[in-house]
Design a protein around this ligand. Structure first.
Ligand code: TA6
Length: 287
């Protein structure tokens, strides 16, 4: 592990002998680059992302805590992504970042907490675990997500497999339904899928397959702990993308968010209690 400067911001780099590498900004403990041993970059980071140490960063894996989106009174997706975290533990292939209540968090939220993001890098895998602890003397609640942006060649050529039969809520139309077959992309998409908790683990894994010419051949296997009960799939497409100042006009083509969330029901933590949620990503190169 070493500290580095990433576009003017402090970041930690984990690099394995195989060449696998992940770069994590101190702001938000936000991974902004993850390359597997074959050199393939899997995270999308907008070339127009604002890296000034305080603005939400468009891409990588923003940690949404203690609120997802506008589902509460706090700023969108919570404040964890705009505050600096500290490195609490580190090893060759792993690092733990922590954020505790203090002057900075109290400007947003009065509660007493410690959030930790544990990252572990494998040759072809990245594991992220968000841990939230109530270190105070009264109960509070939160929602959270690992808002992962994956890099794709052309989102219109992408299929998400594994969600067949899952119940969803379409945030764009406010419609509910049950997914039939694979999820195809290319038009605006913002849906929350319920992970079927009783299904065996392989049936809870989402597979991102990118058939575009420019894509590296392979499949990303994306899974999460049962404590993250929802998968959120988001791509703004052209129209909504045009109003995002921190994304180029064609940026939406090259990204797809597949997020692990605990967002439909707030998690309640009593003093001393801890919650943990994980997202695991594994790259399987074709051939
Ligand atoms: O997770 C999807 C979502 O909640 C979308 O509704 C969209 O707003 C997106 O997150 C990005 O939010 P941001 O605040 O980073 O622009």
């Amino acid at each position: 592990m070493q500290w580095t400067d990433f576009q003017g911001q402090p970041a930690v780099v984990l690099r394995l002998a195989s060449g696998a590498c992940v770069t994590v900004l101190q702001q938000g403990a936000q991974p902004v680059s993850w390359r597997t041993a074959d050199g393939v970059e899997h995270l999308y980071l907008s070339p127009r992302a604002v890296l000034d140490g305080q603005t939400p960063i468009r891409g990588g894996v923003p940690v949404c805590f203690p609120q997802f989106n506008m589902r509460g009174p706090l700023i969108k997706h919570g404040f964890a992504r705009v505050l600096p975290w500290n490195v609490q533990a580190l090893g060759e292939d792993r690092v733990t970042f922590a954020l505790s209540n203090g002057v900075l968090s109290q400007a947003f939220w009065p509660e007493t907490f410690t959030a930790r993001l544990h990252l572990r890098l494998g040759e072809n895998a990245l594991e992220m675990a968000l841990e939230v602890e109530n270190t105070g003397t009264r109960e509070w609640s939160f929602t959270a997500a690992l808002h992962s942006y994956f890099q794709v060649g052309d989102v219109a050529q992408v299929q998400l497999q594994g969600l067949d039969g899952w119940a969803y809520w379409n945030a764009l139309t406010d419609a509910r339904g049950q997914q039939a077959g694979d999820v195809s992309l290319g038009a605006a998409h913002d849906s929350v899928y319920q992970v079927p908790v009783d299904a065996p683990a392989p049936e809870q894994t989402v597979r991102l397959c990118d058939a575009s010419e420019t894509a590296q051949r392979g499949t990303l296997h994306i899974s999460q702990s049962a404590s993250f009960g929802q998968v959120i799939v988001w791509n703004p497409a052209a129209e909504a993308s045009a109003v995002l100042a921190d994304m180029p006009d064609d940026g939406w083509r090259h990204m797809l968010c597949v997020e692990a969330g605990a967002i439909d029901e707030a998690i309640h933590l009593r003093p001393g209690e801890t919650w943990q949620g994980q997202q695991h990503i594994r790259w399987q190169a074709a051939g």
